[in-house]
Write a protein that binds this ligand. Structure first.
Ligand code: ADP
Length: 480
C-alpha cells in the first residue's frame, strides 16, 4: 500500500500547531503498520535544514507561476520525503502561511495550489516512478489534491482528505480560479466555489473519496449549522464518506519517565519527581508556592481556545490560592490581555509570550490542572499531554476534548474511570462552576491522586489510529 502524505509542517523541523505533531507521528505509525508512506511537503527552509539522505532532484518544469519546480527526495524524521522546490514560493523563513507581519502571504493561492499540482505528477509516474495507491492530504493547504486528481481522470490514486481544523479554509477571490488550471465547471456550487469565492477546504471535502477528521465528536459536530463553518450542508451530504479517527500523541517524545526537558522524571507509581518539577517551574517563572493547584496553559492565543473565559475566572483561582503559568502566542489583543494580568498579579500569574517547546514540557510536568476551555476543538493534543504528565485536564465538552477526557462525576470517581473535569457551555459561568469542582476534588488528595493515576495510564498512542487509517486505505484500494 503506497500512500503519498501531503501536508505542510512537521515537528520538530517546522510547527505552528498540533498538525505538525500529527505529521511527525502518524506517518511513522503507518510505516510500523506496514504502509509505504512518503511525505510531500513544500521545501521550506526549516524543512530543508532538517532533511537527511538527500537524493537526486527531479525537475518538473515551470508550473503555476513558478519558473522552475523540482522535487528533492530526502528523509524527515526517518520517513521518506519529497520536498517541493520552488524557491519563488517556498524559500521563506518563519511561519509557512503568514508573512512577518502576521498577514497571509498574498500568493498563498499559487503556493498551495502548486503543492497539490505536484502531488498529481506522482500519479503520472513523473517522480521516481513511484505511483501512490492513495493520496492522503491534510487541511486546506493540501486540499486541492483531490480536485486536481479528479480533473486528471483516468486511473488515478484514491484520495483521503483529513480536516485538522475547519476554521481555516483557504478562501480567495473568485477570479483567481482561472490561475488554478482546473476545468471551468469545478468553479460551481458542486465544486470548490463557495459564495463566489475559491475555497480550498471545500475542494477537499467535495472531491475526496473519503474525508476524515480528527475525532468522532468533531465529525458529528461539523455536520450541524452551529459548528460546520458554513460547510455543514456539504458535510451532511457526504456523511457516508466521513469518519472521525481520534489523534494519538507521540508517547516517546511525551513520556515523563524519560523526558530530558524536565527537572526530574516521574511515573504514575511515584509522583515525587512531579513535585520537583513544580518547584523548579515556580522558581523559573517567579511564581510563589501555595496550597492551591498550579494551573498550566500551553496554547495558541486565538478565540478558538476560549482563554478569555479563563481570564474571567482569575479571581476564583486566586481565592483558592492557586497560581497560573501560561505559555502562548497569537492574537495581539489576547497577548496584551495576558501580559497585563501577569503584571497585575506578580508571583501568582506568570505569562511567557512566545513559542518554546521545552518550556511546554516543563509546564505540563509541573501543572496540577491544564485548562482547555475551547469554543471548538477538532481533537486537541494538550489535554492528552496533560494527562500523560499527571495534570488533570479541565476541558469543555466539545470535539476531541469530549472524546479523550472522562469527567470526574460521582459515578466515574466511584468506578475509577475519571481522568479530568469536563464542563458544557462556552461561558465563564460554567467554567467557574467547573473550577469549583476542581477545588472540591483538590481538597480530597486520595481521590485526586486516583484520577491523576488513571489519566497517566491512558492509551494515547498512535497504533490504534494508524490501524484505522490503514483499514480505510484498504477499503479504497483492496488490491494494493
Ligand atoms: P492547535 O493545533 O489547535 O494549536 P493542539 O492542542 O492540537 O492545538 O496542538 C497544539 C500543539 O502546539 C501542542 O503540541 C502544544 O504543546 C503546542 N503549542 C501551542 N502553543 C505553544 C507554545 N506557545 N509553545 C510551545 N508549544 C506550543
Amino acid at each position: 500500500m503506497r500512500v503519498l502524505y501531503v501536508s505542510t509542517e512537521v515537528h520538530p523541523a517546522l510547527k505552528t500547531g498540533g498538525l505538525a505533531d500529527v505529521n511527525a507521528a502518524l506517518p511513522r505509525a503507518l510505516v510500523a503498520a506496514g504502509v509505504d508512506v512518503r511525505l510531500l511537503l513544500p521545501a521550506f527552509p526549516a524543512l530543508l535544514a532538517h532533511a537527511t539522505d538527500r537524493g537526486t532532484t527531479c525537475a518538473l518544469g515551470p508550473a503555476l507561476g513558478a519558473p522552475a519546480v523540482a522535487v528533492i527526495p530526502c528523509r524527515l524524521n526517518g520517513v521518506p520525503t519529497w520536498l517541493v522546490d520552488a524557491p519563488v514560493y517556498f524559500a521563506r523563513e518563519g511561519n509557512p502561511y503568514l508573512d512577518p507581519r502576521g498577514l497571509d502571504w498574498p500568493d498563498n493561492l499559487q503556493r498551495f495550489a502548486l503543492l497539490a499540482w505536484v502531488a498529481t505528477r506522482f500519479a503520472d509516474g513523473s517522480v521516481d516512478h513511484w505511483r501512490p495507491d492513495i493520496v492522503h492530504s491534510h487541511d486546506w493547504h493540501a486540499a486541492l489534491c483531490p480536485a486536481y486528481l479528479r480533473a486528471r481522470g483516468g486511473a488515478s490514486p484514491a484520495t483521503v482528505f483529513t480536516v485538522h481544523n475547519l476554521a481555516y479554509q483557504g478562501q480567495f477571490p473568485g477570479p483567481t480560479f482561472a490561475q488554478l488550471g482546473l476545468p471551468d465547471h469545478f468553479f460551481s456550487m458542486h465544486g470548490l466555489e463557495f459564495h463566489g469565492q475559491v475555497n480550498f477546504m471545500k475542494a477537499g471535502l467535495f472531491y475526496a473519496d473519503r474525508i476524515t477528521t480528527v475525532s468522532p465528536s468533531f465529525a458529528a459536530e461539523i455536520q450541524t449549522p452551529a459548528a460546520g463553518f458554513g460547510l455543514d450542508g456539504l458535510l451532511r451530504s457526504r456523511a457516508g464518506a466521513l469518519v472521525g479517527i481520534l489523534n494519538g500523541v507521540d508517547t516517546e517524545g511525551w513520556d515523563p519517565r524519560t523526558d530530558s526537558a524536565l527537572a526530574a522524571r516521574f511515573d504514575a507509581t511515584d509522583l515525587s519527581g512531579k513535585t520537583q518539577c513544580r518547584h523548579a517551574l515556580q522558581r523559573e517563572l517567579g511564581l510563589s508556592d501555595g496550597p492551591g493547584p498550579l494551573f498550566g496553559v500551553v496554547s495558541r492565543l486565538t478565540p478558538q481556545k476560549g482563554l478569555d473565559l479563563l481570564r474571567d475566572c482569575v479571581p476564583p483561582i486566586l481565592a483558592a490560592r492557586g497560581r497560573l503559568a501560561l505559555l502562548g502566542s497569537g492574537d495581539t489583543e489576547e497577548e496584551a490581555a495576558w501580559h497585563a494580568l501577569a503584571l497585575a498579579h506578580p508571583g501568582t500569574i506568570a505569562v511567557h509570550l512566545g513559542y518554546d517547546e521545552a518550556l511546554a514540557h516543563r509546564i505540563f510536568a509541573a501543572a496540577d490542572v491544564v485548562p482547555v476551555p475551547s469554543r471548538f476543538e477538532p481533537c486537541g493534543l494538550t489535554q492528552m499531554y496533560a494527562m500523560l504528565y499527571g495534570a488533570l485536564p479541565l476541558v469543555r465538552r466539545t470535539g476531541g476534548l469530549a472524546d479523550t477526557v472522562r469527567d470526574a462525576s460521582a459515578p466515574h470517581l466511584a468506578d475509577g474511570s475519571a481522568t479530568g473535569i469536563v464542563f458544557d457551555a462556552a461561558d465563564s459561568t460554567d467554567l467557574r462552576t467547573a473550577l469549583g469542582r476542581v477545588f472540591a476534588l483538590w481538597q480530597e488528595p486520595i481521590a485526586w491522586k486516583r484520577v491523576q493515576r488513571t489519566a497517566m495510564q491512558g492509551d494515547f498512542g498512535w497504533s490504534q489510529p494508524a490501524a484505522r487509517y490503514r483499514a480505510l486505505y484498504r477499503e479504497l484500494r483492496p488490491q494494493a
